[in-house]
Design a protein around this ligand. Sequence first.
Ligand SMILES: *[C@@H]1O[C@H](CO)[C@@H](O)[C@H](O)[C@H]1NC(C)=O
Ligand SMILES: *[C@@H]1O[C@H](CO)[C@@H](O)[C@H](O)[C@H]1NC(C)=O
Ligand SMILES: *[C@@H]1O[C@H](CO)[C@@H](O)[C@H](O)[C@H]1NC(C)=O
Length: 556
Amino acid sequence: MARFDYRQASAIARKRRAANIAAFYKTPTWNEADLPQNLTDFALKSGYYTSDELIIIQSEADVILEKIRTKSWTALEVTQAFCKASALAQELTNCVTEVLYAEAFKRAKYLDDYLARTGRTIGPLHGLPISLKDCFITAPHPSSIGMAAYANEPLEKDTLLVTILRDLGAVFYIKTNVPTAMMMAETDNNIWGECRNPLHKHLSPGGSSGGEGALIAFKASPLGVGTDIGGSIRIPSAWSNLYGLKPSFGRYPVYGGKSGIPGQEHILAVNGPMSRSLKSLQLYSEAVLSEQVAPWELDHKLVPIPWRKNVIQPPGRKLRFGIIGIDDGLVTVHPPVERALNMTKQALEKQGHEVFTWSAAEDHPVIVKNLQAAFFDLGGAAITDLLKPWDEPIFPCMRGYALAAGAGEGDLGPTKMRMMTLKRNALQKAYLDRWNATATDGKPRMDGIICATSPWAAPRLGQTQQNLYVGWTGFVNYLDFPACTFPVTFADKALDPPRDMKTFKQLSDIDGRIQADYDADFYHGAPVALQIVGKRLEEEKVLELCEVVANALKDA
Ligand SMILES: *[C@@H]1O[C@H](CO)[C@@H](O)[C@H](O)[C@H]1NC(C)=O
Ligand SMILES: *[C@@H]1O[C@H](CO)[C@@H](O)[C@H](O)[C@H]1NC(C)=O
Ligand SMILES: *[C@@H]1O[C@H](CO)[C@@H](O)[C@H](O)[C@H]1NC(C)=O
């Protein structure tokens, strides 16, 4: 017998969310059949916003900060515009968990008063609304991570990053939806329900930072913070047409967040910024990793490296990119992703950069297999022990956790654990050696790897329940490399015909199933993004490389 029922927990949580929104905003409702595919576009033209609000919500972080600093806008009016937008984003996409409007208004007013009184901003993020993935604790609000066990549990202590961002001037106003235990590639759970993609309502915004992806793509947040252990920043960033930085472990403060598999350190979870603008990721990183904040004095796990600028030297030099082709040895990308790879290669070559093939077939399959096994073995008992007392059903793509728990993998034992670690370390070293070996014929080492973030442009809702594949992002977590997504194009039925399934040679069962899912008409308009991968602790370089790629794509 369950102690409590997850349905009761869900009803309490949803009632709280609805009441906290209704206290400030009455959002219009529409018949589902009357809603077009592009909800972002629909909302902007719906008459819901005033013209001033439209300008604010479509501005990027650097502009917002400048307008507040120069007193053209108040922090309060900016906060109100984004709160209002987030209320509608919730109505149309179900991207919200906790609603923090009352305290956001209070904080914004305090910041406006501070600026008026002192003539100074409180910090480099003065007045900037920042949305937070549900796992970041803003006490006393619960941090459900999509599970009944936590859904209504008030908390006492803020996550370290939350304290740091608040001190820098950020305004927190909303927390965003995640999948159960943050361990799926789409955003669905038994508490808040499923989140959909505002750029194409039949598609998923990805996961696990999927509520963030949807909110930002809806223009209801200029900048959000997500977490990534297998692709959870990059998958939603890619599927929502955003830039999303997954750093290597040890740069950005991680202490005190809620984890899906607490204590699991075989694959290191990290957090990072997501935005429509690359510049926003840069200004966020510069603020958080500044000498003034010195986060390495606050979080034991961090290396004392302040944010570095202009790391590519000499500036403007020609770069060397390795590009992974249409498959990673296990799964082949859909046609729109192939076109994005070609577009990116051609755009970079046009600027005189070198783009050569980087192979994945020899080590990615084993890396992906180990990563998946580690999640199931180390997470099985941790997750199912929390679900069971509440009678929470397991989502199809998470059955591996229940199986591992049932097989007693919760009692993995030190020997198996050590072997896992040894294997991981050997694969990491071999990959680094492979990277090092790109320095040949007097040429420098490869600067970065360009590859897909997933086989799909963005998949239809529910697709990853049957065909979960995070190998394209997960290899980066296993190697603890930094990576950043960049938008390239949208799927186009005229340009992206399906592969000929009669001649298509599948590399695995899931490869065949994923490829068979492609439908040019259905996916028309789906966002397509790729990622650029650097070496450990090269976060600055990854963002600079990303800028080179984005500019090349713009010029092409
Ligand atoms: C959806 O609408 C937004 C806002 O107008 C626009 O930026 C985006 O390109 C649209 N998506 C597609 C696929 O047309
Ligand atoms: C991408 O480029 C390769 C190699 O030039 C070519 O064979 C392939 O047809 C291209 N694919 C697309 C979708 O443009
Ligand atoms: C790394 O690359 C350098 C330069 O090509 C080479 O001399 C060295 O042997 C390589 N080291 C390893 C471990 O591969």
